[in-house]
Design a protein around this ligand. Structure first.
Ligand SMILES: Cc1ncc(COP(=O)(O)O)c(C=O)c1O
Length: 327
């Protein structure tokens, strides 16, 4: 993988936005889903978002959206924290996502991005940083995005940027403003020739990667930092916990030192974007044997099958969306 480029560019599959978007109060052609420069969320980072994947079900004109309700429930919780009043409940939001995919009519692996934000100052509200006195906006866009996590694994730096403490910013919400920290960490890592960064929290313990959670494999145990290590509690992290139990692996949440990752048999990342991705090098040293290990490879395979509808045990996590031909 070439360092310093966006993941989609690395595989040559640039994100392609789809024909339709949901914007403010209805479906519009994508080109009309625009916001003015006065949008308050743009000024102060007062927005929240989700990242959701829909995968092509092999041999069918159908997409399988992975853990749609769980993502939208997290979205709704993030909104509440920022005093963003969503005009829809989780079920209605799920309906919007399903309709968007169906209208777009593209049988292609797709990334769905709900975004809610402080929109306009209400009449009589003076300009300034505030969660009140604004109207709220909601947009949902989608773009084609295939798997971009390299099978051979990624090389990670240990970031000089600390993951902010939950006392500084609500790290369990996906708030747009908080992602400046992630962007700085990725930028630093890529400038140094790495693919991604592992961030430590303000206690010097492992928190997570730029947009993924971290696991270490020790024998038959998976060890991952607990929620109070200032992580985002990833939905893929939770999925891997269940897949690990299917495999008879033990799952332990405990604080990890950076050296614990270097001493592990295997290290991998989990996230909606990356799926399950091996880390083969950390801060210039090989992890384990410096190649994807057997536990990571098996979890990756099971996750891949699960999200594409080939695992009946966890079918309840999929929302299947038939995509009408020539929609
Ligand atoms: C900061 C951060 N941590 C972890 C994750 C992984 O979370 P999930 O598995 O829900 O995608 C993400 C991606 O959403 C993220 O942005």
């Amino acid at each position: 993988m070439t360092a310093g480029t966006a993941p989609a560019e690395r595989t040559g599959s640039r994100p392609v936005t789809t024909a339709w978007a949901y914007h403010l109060d209805g479906f519009v052609p994508m080109a009309q889903a625009t916001l003015p420069v006065t949008t308050q969320g743009l000024h102060y980072g007062t927005g929240v978002f989700e990242g959701i994947r829909a995968h092509v079900v092999p041999d069918r004109a159908e997409l399988a959206v992975f853990r749609l309700h769980d993502h939208l429930a997290r979205f709704e919780r993030s909104c509440r924290l920022l005093r963003i009043d969503l005009p829809h409940d989780v079920d209605e939001l799920a309906g919007i996502v399903v309709e968007l995919l169906s209208r777009n009519g593209v049988v292609q692996d797709t990334y769905v991005r709900p975004l809610a934000y402080k929109h306009r100052l209400l009449p009589g509200t003076p300009p300034g940083v505030s969660l009140r006195g604004n109207s709220d906006g909601l947009s949902v866009i989608a773009f084609a995005l295939g798997a971009y996590s390299p099978e051979g694994g990624v090389r990670c730096a240990i970031s000089s940027w600390a993951r902010p403490s939950a006392r500084s910013i609500p790290v369990r919400a996906k708030a747009t403003g908080a992602y400046l920290n992630n962007a700085l960490a990725v930028d630093e890592a890529r400038a140094a020739g790495y693919d991604d960064a592992i961030l430590l929290n303000d206690r010097g313990r492992v928190a997570e990667a730029s947009t993924a959670n971290v696991f270490a494999v020790r024998g038959t145990a998976l060890v991952t930092p607990p929620p109070d290590a200032d992580i985002l509690e990833g939905i893929t992290r939770d999925t891997v916990r269940v897949l690990a139990a299917d495999l008879g692996l033990e799952h332990v949440e405990r604080d990890l030192q950076p050296a614990d990752l270097l001493l592990a048999d295997e290290v991998f990342l989990t996230g909606t974007g990356l799926g399950v991705t091996p880390v083969v090098e950390l801060a210039g040293r090989p992890v384990g044997r410096g190649e994807p290990g057997p536990v990571t490879t098996e979890l990756r395979r099971r996750y891949h099958d699960l999200v594409r509808g080939r695992d009946e045990r966890h079918e309840h996590w999929l929302t299947r969306v038939p995509v009408p031909r020539n929609a």
